[in-house]
Design a protein around this ligand. Structure first.
Ligand code: IMP
Ligand code: MG
Length: 181
């Protein structure tokens, strides 16, 4: 385990189980879809989870990416998510699957939902690896979330603190002394 972590929340084996369960849930939901859904990764945090889920799905999806940033280099959201890089595909008339790493305050998800529905998507489904329900500032939730967690700060498997730790293959709780110093 990385020395900056207090403990591990999801091992690589547990991640695989969560990924397969999320993919099976999406396959069931889209089993009658006539056209391939558009799966969107909210970068950078969801990148590994996204790649694993779309490859575990039997349903063929098309993929696209959007970079949203709300943090700067702190452990608290600014509350104003910024679109740093927009989608390349049109979502008009499409079934959209948004794949998120964590729903925390909910601001990012509200922003994404307004944007994608506003652009005329036919449906909008959100899958999140983590949900932090106790931290919600706005009333929104994922349609499917793999794991509920408290207010610990998590890193690894795409999740960062100040752009570090993303490439750890597991998810752990960052020691408080790292982000409170
Ligand atoms: P929200 O807009 O507050 O819901 O923020 C959601 C985004 O904040 C997530 O997509 C993550 O990128 C980031 N985030 C929230 N909690 C954590 C955490 O514990 N570790 C790393 N990133 C986090
Ligand atoms: Mg994110």
């Amino acid at each position: 385990m990385d020395k900056d972590l207090a403990s591990i929340v999801l091992t690589e084996e547990q991640i695989t189980q969560k990924v397969n369960a999320a993919a099976a849930w999406l396959d069931e939901r889209f089993k009658d879809a006539l056209t391939p859904p558009l799966a969107i990764s909210v970068l950078k945090g969801s990148v590994f989870f996204f790649c694993d889920v779309v490859r575990a799905m039997k349903t063929k999806t098309q993929i696209d990416f959007m970079t949203v940033s709300s943090y700067g280099n702190s452990a608290e959201t600014s509350g104003v998510p910024k679109i740093v890089m927009d989608l390349s595909a049109s979502v008009h008339g499409r079934d959209v699957i948004l794949i998120e790493d964590i729903v925390d305050s909910g601001h990012t998800l509200v922003r994404m939902k307004d944007l994608i529905i506003g652009r005329g998507a036919k449906s909008f489904t959100v899958v999140a690896l983590f949900d932090k329900p106790a931290r919600r500032q706005v009333d929104i939730k994922a349609d499917y979330s793999c794991f509920e967690t408290g207010d610990e700060f998590l890193v690894g498997y795409g999740l960062d603190y100040a752009q570090q730790y993303r490439t750890l293959p597991y998810v752990g709780i960052l020691k408080r002394e790292i982000y409170e110093k």
